[in-house]
Design a protein around this ligand. Sequence first.
Ligand code: NAP
Length: 259
Amino acid sequence: MDTGLQGKQALVCAASKGLGKACAQALAAEGVNLTLVARTPGPLSETAQEIRERYGVEVREVAIDITTPEGVDAAISAFPAIDILVTNAGGPPPGDFRDWDREAWHKAVDANMLTPIELMKRAVDGMIERGFGRIVNITSGAVKAPIAVLGLSNGARSGLTGFVAGLARETVAHNVTINNLLPGPFETDRLEQVFKGEAKRRNISPEEAREQRRNNHPAKRFGQPEEFGSACVFLCSAHSGFITGQNLLLDGGAYPGTF
Ligand code: NAP
């Protein structure tokens, strides 16, 4: 299938590793030029170089914290005529809601709700003018099936989801779609951190935590980042102009509901 994305420009946030990197690679494979953002310059440069060499596309690097106003400015300024925006940032830490003060909530809401909204605000009018835009927000399966210890994530990302539901209906007439991808467990550094935290809480080894989680999963495996990247490309493709305001759960069947 020709995705119609050759020569488009994408801003992919939190993209030196994991799911953001997988989206960047999958877009590059379709001929999309990229701006990649992550805080740590070394891994960011390695990823950028790997993508340039493998796919022959242009890759700009912005080493900055995307959850700050300066981060948003720098990411947008690197190439303002954005056709595709993938919002992403690290997830908030787990814990007990009794321990979270206003600052902890502000941080989570900044990272996982306000930053994506600010990025959309900067990108969407140019997309409307050019008559093409695809926005994909990486959120979490926890938006659909909340995970108690991830209350900061459940709350902040649900706020983003509610906002997107409204905006997505305003932009679609201009061929600008906005959708959310909801990852279940994908094999990334983040998932390893989750197992380490779980192991500590339950006094077992991270390997045991991993194996138990895998055995309890209907697919008996975790998602591969490439599978996530492919879903992102489909939502960004020329064929997806009639899909907007949706929350696509990628969890290998872990969510037990019919809908
Ligand atoms: P990951 O493998 O740890 O990768 C995170 C990437 O984001 C890295 O490139 C990191 O680079 C960058 N990053 C983190 N914070 C950033 C910031 N403030 N500004 C710019 N870049 C930042 O994580 P992942 O598994 O891909 O997860 C991506 C998102 O999906 C997270 O929000 C996570 O909570 C969510 N999620 C993941 C899973 C899963 O199973 N993997 C499941 C549900 C939800 P630097 O550290 O150098 O900045």
